[in-house]
Design a protein around this ligand. Structure first.
Ligand SMILES: [Fe+2]
Length: 270
């Protein structure tokens, strides 16, 4: 991403709490972005406290991730106030800068399927990834269904685009058809990076990747102390066995950047 692009992203993400640290030679290189992460402290089931958030950011930096979308659950079992999110992101950003961690926190949320229709257009925009209009949707428990497709259509009519989170938790007999159906409606499919990283040769996810049904990877990290690490690189490396270099570039860099930049018509180029 160009320096101009980075500044644009920062403006959308943080308002007054932009990251002023020098990015050195960033002018001509791509930015690595995690579009799914529960890095805000003491809010949902993610980071336990500020130290945990900072340790997650350190994991991100170690993995080469420069921008982390903070995507707390918007779900009935978590009390997340949309209006508080800008100040919570800004506070974390300040703390990361104080600790010398060069990781930028961007806007986002993981919106439960059943909650999305209850949000106002303004809330949807506030909760979208980078503020660009793409919203991360957590499918309802169980197989991917017609109601998720209907939601994708409904969001589009409201000017929003859907990223479908962790489909691997919702596999059923018609799984591949459902993924294709969602893709045909303009949704992008975000798989969990650690799940992909752990795939063995012949696992279905690698077949889906080869078939073009892996569009994004997200860490979905919740803590530095337990569960999945905040990393993407190992998942991307696993995809190299089944995807072309052009596909890898789109999944790992071009698509996340376009999402945060608010590109509306974003279709996998395959
Ligand atoms: Fe998540």
């Amino acid at each position: 991403m160009s320096r101009t692009g980075t500044a644009h992203l920062a403006l959308r993400s943080q308002g007054p709490a932009t990251n002023h640290r020098s990015r050195g030679s960033a002018h001509n290189r791509s930015v690595v972005i995690d579009v799914h992460c529960h890095i805000l402290p003491a809010l949902d089931d993610g980071a336990l406290d500020l130290d945990d958030s900072a340790a997650m950011a350190a994991q991100a930096a170690q993995d080469g991730i420069e921008v982390v979308c903070a995507t707390p659950h918007i779900r009935s079992d978590h009390l997340v106030r949309v209006a508080e999110l800008p100040s919570r992101r800004a506070a974390l950003q300040r703390e990361l800068e104080r600790r010398g961690l060069d990781v930028q926190i961007a806007r986002g949320a993981e919106i439960a399927q059943e909650k999305a229709a209850m949000l106002t257009d303004r809330e949807l925009r506030e909760l979208s990834l980078g503020g660009g209009g793409w919203v991360l949707i957590e499918p309802a428990p169980g197989p991917l269904g017609d109601d998720l497709c209907a939601l994708v259509d409904g969001l589009r009519l409201r000017g929003a685009r859907a990223v479908v989170a962790h489909p691997e938790r919702h596999a059923a007999a018609d799984f591949e058809d459902r993924l294709r159906e969602l893709t045909a409606r303009g949704a992008l499919i975000q798989w969990t990076a650690d799940f992909v990283a752990r795939a063995a040769a012949g696992d279905l996810v690698l077949g889906y990747a080869g078939a073009g049904l892996v569009h994004l990877l997200g860490s979905d990290a919740h803590s530095s102390r337990t569960g999945r690490p905040l990393r993407l690189a190992a998942g991307v490396a696993k995809l190299r066995a089944v995807c072309s270099s052009a596909q890898i570039a789109w999944i790992a860099q071009e698509a996340p950047r376009a999402i945060l930049d608010g590109v509306e018509a974003l279709t996998p180029p395959w």
